[in-house]
Design a protein around this ligand. Structure first.
Ligand SMILES: NC(=O)c1ccc[n+]([C@@H]2O[C@H](COP(=O)([O-])OP(=O)(O)OC[C@H]3O[C@@H](n4cnc5c(N)ncnc54)[C@H](OP(=O)(O)O)[C@@H]3O)[C@@H](O)[C@H]2O)c1
Length: 234
């Protein structure tokens, strides 16, 4: 059996990934605060803003469930704090965004790597963003989180040469995250009009198409060769 652990599984890209990975030969576990009744996979209702508890939950489960042909962790969950300048951002939301977006992937990766030693094929896929590579005003914490995921991945790839590690920008996807960006106050978030234009111009990818491209990317024999990648170039 092949194991896939996907965070942010309740909606958006994560739900589409879980749906497409759910096949007879796979054990798929979705992690989010809410469960999605449309998904057939096992789902854990966990708050990744409490990352030590989530990592300990995964650790206990991996210790009790071994002997996989392959094991893959997809760190997909992210939480946007309200778009706007850092100086005017809410401290509680900023902290939650940092814990969900960067601390949780780091702790889940730590547990995954320690508990899957001996599994023949191991992969960690961190869902990054173009904004980890290009700074944008009004989203400083998100830019830092995604740049952090890119660099975490580079360092893990050095530490774990036997594990495929990739930090992947998925393109611009028609999900709740885009709704939040379009709904932002343009006086606090100057790029609001650009995001509105992408939607109006029909330039958003669907979550299903993006997930299909990511699943194909995961299965490639050269997965991990280019650590910091963009699905649009893959
Ligand atoms: N959409 C885009 O255009 C775009 C572009 C570049 C990169 N990305 C990246 O792609 C990934 C997926 O984004 P998306 O657009 O699908 O986002 P989304 O629709 O906003 O979904 C976010 C997912 O993360 C989960 N999540 C949020 N806070 C959580 C918490 N505290 N604990 C556990 N789970 C939590 C949500 O579940 P619950 O609310 O049920 O907890 C949800 O399943 C993210 O890493 C995002 O940064 C997206």
């Amino acid at each position: 059996m092949h194991l896939y652990i996907v965070t942010g599984s309740s909606r958006g890209l994560g739900a589409a990934l879980v749906q497409q990975l759910t096949q007879a030969e796979n054990t798929v576990i979705g992690i989010a605060r809410k469960t999605n009744p449309a998904l057939q996979a096992e789902q854990w209702a966990l708050d990744l803003a409490d990352p030590i508890a989530a990592a300990e939950h995964l650790q206990a489960w991996l210790r009790a469930n071994k002997r996989w042909e392959s094991a893959t962790l997809v760190n997909n969950a992210a939480l946007l704090s309200e778009p706007g300048p850092l100086a005017a951002s809410d401290l509680t939301s900023l902290s939650a965004a940092l814990r969900v977006g960067l601390e949780a992937p780091t702790l889940l990766s730590r547990v995954f790597l320690a508990e899957t030693v001996g599994v023949p094929t191991r992969r960690i896929l961190n869902i990054s963003s173009g904004l980890g590579r290009r700074a944008m005003a009004g989203s400083a914490a998100y830019c830092a989180i995604k740049a952090g995921l890119d660099h975490l991945s580079r360092a893990l790839a050095l530490e774990e040469p036997g594990v495929g590690v990739v930090s992947l920008a998925p393109g611009v996807i028609d999900t709740d995250m885009q709704v939040q960006l379009r709904g932002a106050d343009p006086t606090r978030f100057p790029e609001q009009t650009r995001f509105q234009g992408l939607k109006d111009g029909g330039q958003l990818q669907t979550a299903a198409d993006t997930a299909a491209a990511i699943v194909r990317f995961l299965m490639r024999p050269d997965f991990g060769k280019t650590v910091v990648s963009d699905i649009r170039d893959a």
